[in-house]
Design a protein around this ligand. Sequence first.
Ligand SMILES: [Zn+2]
Length: 250
Amino acid sequence: MAKAPKKKKKELKPKLRIERRFSPESSINPRILYALFGVGAMVVGAGAYWQFGRDASMPPPPVAQLGFYLLVAGAVLIAAALWFSSSGDAAIRVGAPGIALERGGLRRMPWYEVGSISWASGTEALNISGKDESGSDFSFQVRAKGHAPACAWILQEARERVPQVLEVDEDVLKRFPAGDPQAGTTLQQDLQVVGKRCGVSGKVIAYEPDARVCPKCERIYHKYKVPKECKCGADLTAFRDQVEDDEDEA
Ligand SMILES: [Zn+2]
């Protein structure tokens, strides 16, 4: 017999939890990079030929050690292309789950842990500081050079979600007016609430239906402890359907 269809959950969950992934943009034209790689490879090939490939009956190279010099020159060109192609910046993710840095692993700062977002005019970067998902201090920079689309999205999401942490001037906001919907790669991320702590009681959420999630900063509350207003300022009265004690009423 067929299984009974799963009961639909009526829990309040964010519908689509999307984040965008931005690879750092190289500071030079990709065509120049390909040309560098191509020429580098050809020079290495020629060098290898002069160094190892010739047979003894052929005339000696015009320059002694020509093969060796060509090998070195080709290697230098390829190394330069590699160096230019990786700007050294990490990939950045921005979206409902927060702001994340991809360097080796993935380290994420949920919106409710963002302490401040400011602009460093010297390095032309957004300074982001707060805590990561495990509650450890975390701060990093997102440079406008190489990550302009990510900067725009960080500012847009922060304005909508946690405007109180934004410490940037009007001219920076003007420089990045809005996130480009076409920018980056879109990823869907499910929210894991089990194991997270309630924002009021600090109690660990053991059972998913017990969790209530602030739709703006994603701070998590136990269903019995939802305040009227989230620490981010969002109105949570609609999520207070099961609050049992109203000791925080006053
Ligand atoms: Zn909130």
